[in-house]
Design a protein around this ligand. Structure first.
Ligand SMILES: Nc1ncnc2c1ncn2[C@@H]1O[C@H](COP(=O)(O)OP(=O)(O)OP(=O)(O)O)[C@@H](O)[C@H]1O
Ligand SMILES: [Mg+2]
Length: 356
């Protein structure tokens, strides 16, 4: 986890390049803390196109990013601290325990451990780790291990370079999610569940200052909510997306015919049910592994955290208080952004606040 180290940079940029939208946060470092200079969320889906991930070209990211930099009047060459992240299938983040090992042995032990989680050849793997603690009694080491592939990192660097940005620090997404919370919110104890609900996936992170770290991706997100609405209400993608923004999970007064239509696929689980089920499964596993169930809150990050009724639904299903996370709590906000809050920016903000 990023510690609150002394920070040397004057300005920073956090870049969260998601499959649906690019999120950029531009900060100024103050004597104490940060000031928000600017931000933007821009969809990478061309106007009039349906967001069908497999149909969209990876070439779409760089022009969106360079367009954002232009409209925000940012010259990326002038900013020394630009932090971004990579996520998805070819990344893995695990807290593991090993017997005490010297550094050279540790690296090869972790390498084998990481290979269990990433089905790739060894020469393709990039490994990073942090020793979280060494247990006094047993001398065992608790290690946070992050792994990704060279191909994924290259693809990411190519996007940045094509947009005129020199790649800087690149974090694994779920670690960045945890950092965003840890750098913004002071908590002394307890365990927090963070769900970064994007378009295609949800990063689930379990974090507490004294707790075992856990991260996994759940293969459900905003795209699947829209697909549910398309099916249930026989709407086009565009109209279903609009319906989702306006009504979310709120049940409307149903007419008889829509009731019938909705009951047709009663065996199929909805996206919110799938997410709740996966979270429940992970929590059961976590309680066994970590020996604690001191869950304080579920915090929702990401664009799909804004789905009306979702926090209430999760609170009820999981019996843990859930709320939409407001990332702009510990930050100086200029007048034009006063009272602005947007969970979709949580990750980009955490990236921008990350120490060097
Ligand atoms: N106000 C809103 N209400 C409901 N859904 C919203 C709202 N704003 C954005 N979304 C949804 O949020 C999703 C985009 O969120 P986000 O930017 O976090 O995803 P992403 O990072 O691009 O995706 P991923 O992390 O899965 O690659 C889309 O599915 C979009 O429909
Ligand atoms: Mg995302």
């Amino acid at each position: 986890m990023a510690k609150k180290k002394k920070i040397r940079f004057k300005e920073s940029i956090g870049l969260d390049i998601g499959s649906h939208s690019v999120k950029l946060v531009h900060l100024k470092k103050l004597h104490e803390g940060f000031k928000l200079l600017n931000y933007e969320i821009r969809s990478t889906v061309p106007e009039g196109y349906e967001y069908t991930p497999s149909d969209l070209s990876p070439d779409r990211f760089a022009p969106v990013l360079s367009g954002m930099l232009r409209s925000l009047k940012i010259n990326p060459k002038k900013i020394k601290h630009i932090v971004s992240s990579v996520g998805g299938d070819n990344t893995s983040l695990k807290q593991i325990k090993t017997i005490f090992l010297p550094e050279d042995e540790l690296e090869s032990a972790l390498f084998f451990e990481a290979k269990k989680h990433l089905p790739i050849s060894g020469s393709e793997m990039l490994l990073d780790y942090q020793v979280l603690s060494v247990e006094e009694k047993t001398n065992n080491m608790n290690i946070l291990m992050a792994a990704t592939t060279k191909a994924l990192l290259n693809e990411h660097s190519d996007i940045l370079t094509a947009a005129g940005v020199t790649p800087g620090i690149v974090d694994v997404e779920s670690l960045a999610v945890a950092n965003s919370f840890a750098l913004n919110t002071f908590v002394e104890e307890g365990v927090f569940i963070i769900l970064n609900i994007g378009a295609l996936k949800t990063n689930m992170v379990i974090y507490g200052p004294e707790a075992k770290f856990f991260a996994r991706d759940i293969a459900w997100g905003g795209y699947h909510f829209t697909k549910d609405i398309m099916k249930q209400r026989k709407l086009s993608f565009e109209n279903a997306e609009k319906f989702k923004f306006e009504h979310g999970l709120k049940e409307e007064e149903e007419t008889e015919s829509t009731k019938k239509r909705m009951s047709l696929n009663i065996t199929e689980k909805t996206t919110e049910e799938q997410i709740a089920m996966e979270v429940k499964r992970s929590l059961r596993f976590y309680v066994k592994e970590a020996g604690t169930s001191d869950f304080r809150k579920i915090l929702l990050f990401g664009g799909s955290a804004k789905i009306i009724g979702l926090p209430e639904y999760l609170s009820k299903q999981l019996n843990i208080e859930s709320e939409v996370y407001n990332p702009f709590v510990d930050l100086e906000m200029p007048e034009k952004f006063k009272d602005r809050k947007d969970p979709q920016l949580a990750l980009a903000l955490g990236l921008a606040m990350r120490p060097e």
